[in-house]
Design a protein around this ligand. Structure first.
Ligand code: ADE
Length: 242
């Protein structure tokens, strides 16, 4: 997978080269390009923003600069990329979004700052490529960079050969619509706290049932909204009795 990020703060994206993602880049599972938006400015101040039409606080990112940046970064003779614009006003980013994007060959993330990017940039890009405005949660960050990092990490770990153990992605919270339950490792007793005995029983069916119950309880307590939106078929009669 190819991922390009356009930002006025390229250094914000340096964590991409660390740890798991760094390894994925080294192993050529993903290639990442980070581009400084100011490279597409033409004035001495390298201005990327201007005051909003209609008045109000803050500044809006200029369409000309973004237009040229996207023309160049998204240029191709083949299939265009999927353009992702992180914004608190976007559709919610979920595990489902991450799974869907993990099948894309090419993502371009356009990180806005200030009050946002002139909407015509999104409108114009939509004429040539699929565009999604996406939010990572109901809170407001200073810009799209941290949201971009979040999205890239959750997509990249789903790519074949990126995680050490592919089964860990299948066990994730949300992959079956529920939160993942608690996990334990040695020692068996630590500060007088014991590992739940069932996990040491060797009874795989009992362990699977216990884990399912823990997931259900945790989801019930912490994220009731997830249970409400689960389809009928994904909860068994036994689940419903819990
Ligand atoms: N930019 C600022 N806040 C954001 C959020 N919550 N999600 C995505 N991009 C953002």
């Amino acid at each position: 997978m190819r991922i390009d990020v356009i930002t006025i703060f390229p250094e914000y994206l340096t964590p991409l080269r660390e740890a798991l993602l760094g390894k994925a880049i080294e192993r050529e599972k993903i290639s990442v390009g980070v581009h400084d938006l100011r490279e597409w400015t033409h004035d001495v101040h390298r201005a990327v923003d201007d005051s909003p039409y209609g008045g109000g606080p803050g500044m809006v990112m200029k369409p000309q600069v973004w237009g040229e940046a996207l023309d160049e970064v998204c240029a191709t003779s083949g299939e265009p990329p999927r353009l992702v614009v992180p914004t608190p006003a976007g559709q919610p980013f979920t595990q489902r979004t991450a799974v869907r994007w993990s099948h894309e060959p090419w993502l371009v993330l356009a990180c806005g700052r200030y009050e946002g990017i002139d909407q015509r940039v999104i409108e114009d890009a939509s004429r040539r490529m699929p565009v999604e405005e996406v939010s990572i949660g109901d809170y407001v960050l200073v810009g799209g960079e941290v949201a971009a990092l979040t999205m890239i990490e959750s997509v990249a770990r789903l790519l074949p050969g990126v995680l050490g153990n592919p089964a860990s992605a299948e066990q994730d919270s949300f992959s079956d619509g529920l939160l993942e339950g608690p996990c334990y490792t040695r020692p068996e007793v630590w500060r007088d706290l014991s590992v739940p005995p069932v996990l040491r029983s060797g009874d795989h069916a009992a362990i699977a049932r216990w884990r399912r119950d823990q997931s259900l309880e945790r989801t019930y307590e912490r994220r009731h909204d997830l249970l409400d939106s689960m389809s009928e078929e994904s909860l068994t009669a036994r689940d419903r009795g819990r």
